[in-house]
Design a protein around this ligand. Structure first.
Ligand code: IMP
Length: 426
């Protein structure tokens, strides 16, 4: 039995798609355990770009079982669009399984997501507006609709009628048009028919695979700093993207989690609002943004840019069980005279080595930096750690020292071949 969790260790968009795709070549099963189509993984295969939203990165390999587990919130319409899009590009031979316990996102969740953001005004989260938060709220409020009910017409109609009796009160309260049961039912029952062939108890399926000794890759969405519990609340998503949450989100025992690979960029980015201690702007931020193509996959928003923050990385390691790191986009930093790494925060004159719980405190911290020399050599063709320029090696070793996690992979370009593995993880 061998399992590996791949998770974002910053604020999302670290390049998880690329690493999952790379490691998926060795996996038998790839599982998405949380989030929904708020995620956007870009994968480049033979110079062709694929943007995945809800579907796991193993979908391109006909041998791999791809699972959408119970912790996910699934928009059936979007999922089918994504699948049809892949099929239209020749990806027809795939294995897909959807948990009967995952929740479904319906149009009123998206409406409410937008309405709450507008209502919050300057305090808005900057969500993707895909209804993720309202869907998880319904789950916690016990008025959500799960895939198991969704694929049974009678049960779907009954659940929808009950839920809408409450949701329509909420919509009315916010001055929004009410939603009719029939309108949603008539459209979505068709999606349910198409999806039903993929639906099963994925917890059982994963256990069977574990018992067979399969290699299972758990593909995280978002990143630890967007975790509903441990992230920069309230500027977070509505689920937990940590390795620690994988057993719950997949219906398996914690003992099955062997390794957790935290993906981080060689610098930091963030989309949406919220504190970002190492944020930089001006020419330097533009240089990194343009070289790293730092624009959202889903929303196309320019990402905020900052130096690598090893306080948050070390925190992410601690709260989510990261034991290995994968450093992405190292080549983006090529050409800089100096590179800074944040090793500690200063909060009211006191040294702080962890992320404070409150926004007020996090907004007040001043990052303390170590300044390292940069490198000018092109590293995009490098095939091993030894081939890196000395200053790039020093940079990687410094990250290991500050985060207490071993660097197992680094990446010097978008292609699969530009991913250098230093350690076997499966
Ligand atoms: P939501 O998940 O759409 O509710 O958005 C909540 C916060 O998480 C916002 O700041 C989003 O920008 C951020 N977020 C959600 N999904 C991703 C992602 O895949 N990458 C980066 N940020 C994300």
């Amino acid at each position: 039995m061998s399992t590996l969790v791949v998770e974002g260790s910053q604020w999302g968009d670290e390049g998880k798609g690329k690493i999952t795709d790379y490691l998926a070549q060795e996996a038998d099963v790839v599982v998405r355990s949380q989030g929904g189509n708020n995620a956007g993984h870009t994968i480049v295969i033979n110079n062709e770009k694929f943007a995945l939203r809800s579907i796991p990165s193993g979908i391109f390999n006909p041998r791999i079982k791809n699972i959408l587990a119970n912790g996910m919130v699934i928009n059936p319409k979007q999922l089918l669009e994504e699948l049809h899009g892949l099929e239209a590009r020749g990806i027809k031979d795939y294995k897909l399984y959807i948990s009967n316990r995952a929740h479904i996102v319906l149009p009123y969740h998206e409406t409410l997501d937008g309405a709450y953001e507008d209502y919050k005004g300057s305090r808005k989260i900057g969500t993707t507006k895909h209804g993720i938060g309202p869907c998880y709220s319904d789950k916690a409020n016990r008025i959500g609709i799960r895939i198991g009910e969704f694929v049974n017409e009678e049960e779907f109609k009954e659940c929808l009628t009950n839920t809408l009796s409450i949701k329509n009160m909420e919509l009315k309260m916010l001055g929004l048009p009410e939603v009719s049961v029939d309108e949603i039912f008539n459209e979505y029952k068709e999606y349910a028919k198409e999806i039903s062939k993929f639906v099963c108890d994925t917890s059982l399926l994963i256990e069977e695979e574990l018992e067979k000794g399969s290699k299972i890759l758990f593909e995280g969405a978002q990143g630890v700093m967007l975790c509903i519990d441990h992230g920069t609340y309230p500027y977070v998503t509505s689920s937990s993207p940590t390795g620690a949450a994988v057993p719950l989100n997949c219906g398996i025992a914690p003992k099955y989690i062997n390794n957790v690979l935290g993906i981080c960029k060689a610098y930091t980015t963030r989309v949406g609002s919220g504190p970002f201690p190492t944020e930089i702007d001006g020419d330097l931020a533009n240089y990194i943004r343009e070289r790293g193509h730092e624009y959202g996959t889903v929303t196309k928003r320019p990402r905020r840019i900052g130096w690598l923050d090893c306080v948050t990385l070390n925190y992410a390691r601690r709260v989510s069980g990261i034991n290995y790191l994968s450093i992405m986009l190292l080549d983006v930093l090529t050409g800089l005279d100096e590179i800074k790494i944040c090793y500690e925060y200063d909060l009211d004159g006191k040294a702080l080595n962890t992320v404070p719980a409150t926004l007020k405190e996090l907004e007040k911290v001043t990052p303390k930096y170590i300044t390292l020399k940069g490198w000018k050599e092109d590293i995009t063709q490098v095939k091993s750690f030894d081939e890196l320029p000395e200053n790039a090696k020093i940079y990687i070793r410094k990250i290991e020292e500050l985060t207490k996690a071993e660097v197992a992979i680094f990446s010097v370009g978008p292609d699969r071949s530009q991913t250098i593995k230093l350690k076997e993880l499966f």
